[in-house]
Design a protein around this ligand. Structure first.
Ligand code: E4P
Length: 215
């Protein structure tokens, strides 16, 4: 399973990269709005920081607008994946971009048929937003399971990129289902290593060593 980090913050990306934890980055307009005002510069810096795929999202809502923006976004680096919202106009843009050899990530996906459309249009990634579904008392992970089944049934090459992750259990469940990628917020990425029994185990090993052999 690939791990992407869901952030537009350079410090977070650098730290996750230092731990060898990330294979790529996803950004969105909200994440970029939290960083410096010059979003173009920020997009460029993020793309330079990682070797793996970096999703950069379009703002337009018509296919023509999305295609125009996509052509600008890909200039930020060879690793750019253009993030396209789940709209019929978006599917038109995805088809055209895929014909041009430009990778796309279809975002804000909340249903299995939306994911089917994205795959048929030629998207490289589909992003089901599971945390947001959980908040509405709908099981986000059921959606991931349905998409994985549909893609396997028809051998679609579109990768399932689990998004809107809120905690380590989401990562574990996505991995059990066999999702291709989890895009994980910085805080959750570091929570993955935590377990109180691990802390206790390490503590007792170190204290036994100290008792017998000193420092
Ligand atoms: C995915 O690419 C999105 O950036 C992200 O996961 C959105 O999720 P959230 O805003 O619900 O956290």
């Amino acid at each position: 399973m690939k791990f992407f980090i869901d952030t537009a913050n350079l410090d977070e990306i650098r730290q996750a990269k230092d731990f060898g934890l990330i294979d790529g980055v996803t950004t969105n307009p909200t994440l970029l709005s939290r960083e410096q005002k010059d979003w173009r510069k920020q997009m460029q810096l993020v793309c330079q920081e990682v070797d793996g795929p970096v999703s950069l999202e379009v703002i337009g809502t018509t296919a023509d607008e999305m295609l125009k923006e996509a052509k600008e976004l890909v200039k930020y680096g060879p690793n750019v994946v253009v993030k396209i919202p789940m709209l019929m106009e978006g599917m038109k843009a995805v088809r055209k971009l895929s014909e041009m050899g430009i990778k796309t990530n279809v975002t804000v996906c909340f249903s299995p048929v939306q994911a089917l459309l994205a795959a048929k249009a030629g998207a490289a990634y589909i992003s089901p937003f599971i945390g947001r579904l959980d908040h509405l008392a709908q099981r986000g992970m059921d959606l991931v399971e349905e998409i994985v089944t549909i893609y396997r049934n028809y051998d679609f090459q579109t990768e399932v990129l689990v998004a809107s992750i809120r905690h380590p259990l989401h990562v574990a469940e996505a991995a059990l289902i066999g999702a291709d990628v989890a895009t994980i917020p910085y805080k959750v990425l570091f929570e993955l290593a935590k377990h109180p029994m691990t802390d206790l185990g390490i503590e007792s090993f170190l204290s036994d060593w100290k008792k017998s052999f000193g420092e």
